[in-house]
Design a protein. Sequence first.
Length: 411
Amino acid sequence: MSKRLKIGLFGFGVVGQGLYDIIKTKNLNIEIVKIAIKDPTKKRSLPADLFTTDREEILNNPDINTVVELINDTEAAFEIVSRALSTGRNVVSASKKMVATYLEELIALQQHHGTSLLYEASVCGSIPIIRNLEEYYDNELLHSISGIFNGSSNFVLSKGYNDNLDYDAALKEAQDLGFAETDPTSDVGGYDAKYKLVIAAAHAYGIVVKPEDVLNIGIQTLSANDLKYAREKRLKIKLVPVAKELDEQNVAMFVLPKFVNENEFLYNVDYEYNCVTVQAAFADQQFFYGKGAGGHPTGSAVLSDIAALRYDYQYEYKKAKLRTDLKFTNDIELNVYLRYEDEALVDVLNFIHIHERFYSDSYKFVLGKIGLQDLIANQQRISDNKAFVAFADQLTGVSLASALKHNLEVI
Ligand code: HSE
């Protein structure tokens, strides 16, 4: 017999409402006791006495044994989740920035208080990847995880490539559809994808990395010339997070735009859809595909975690406990495409090898191999120059799939 869950819900936005719609259709031995909201003036679809603006009404209610946190404020979310875990409540959260930023503290809190925090919905919405990385790939040697982890930026890229819609109009549409973050820089700048990558890597490899240590370069500076070039080469541009085990001691991670060809799974993942590709030693390449944003898809992942709590499921973080030899590194080289205006930028980036250069009055690019550390050191300069950088193995003759599969030094 499953445990009866009495839930205190924080947040009733797109995901909170999506969750409520789904719960209504089920008979799961769960009850939403109270919903904490920020804005009491907003018109709600449920009786007023279900709502409160006082978080203490949930956190101090001894009747509530489960907290579901679906708010937009990272610091407030951490405070709520920490207090709930410390007072014997199990928690479900969809806050990727909060989980990625405070993962170490959250793991310690769970271990100290014997409580459980589940966050499947925080990574790629409806795609069940965290529990799979944690449980299913428990004994597998994972060479890499990669994919499309941000629906809004993928929406903007697909609208530009498939429908010729300009960047601002496409981003506005993603916002209107409820996919984009309050600050869309998080989406188009690759931050959101990075938080999800950090969380996924903790369950894939057992390494807990601070988001600020991982490079993210986004699509804000993408130009019509970049898209035209990609089309001529029969490639698409996607924003791709990568975590790759280089050897038995080192895992590299970064988020970069990437040229993808039609043989890659990512090529046909368009609009708000997300995907995760897992390259494993024995299972070989696997592909998870689904909606990464939106109320009902994300709500379905939240509900799956809630349902798991009825049986006291918790992440064991087994890999973190067992694989203490594995470390995060930025000490890698990769092939990139750099579209730029200022020649000085090419000089400071210290290309190790230049594969191709192109100059015209309106369009200049260089294709070559570069140290990830040099990209990190010059990230601000790249952004100030409005230069566009993309991971470009498909343009230099080494496919990402084969690079990842054969564990080459160059990713
Ligand atoms: N802003 C996110 C996205 C929402 O566009 O993917 C889901 O995390």
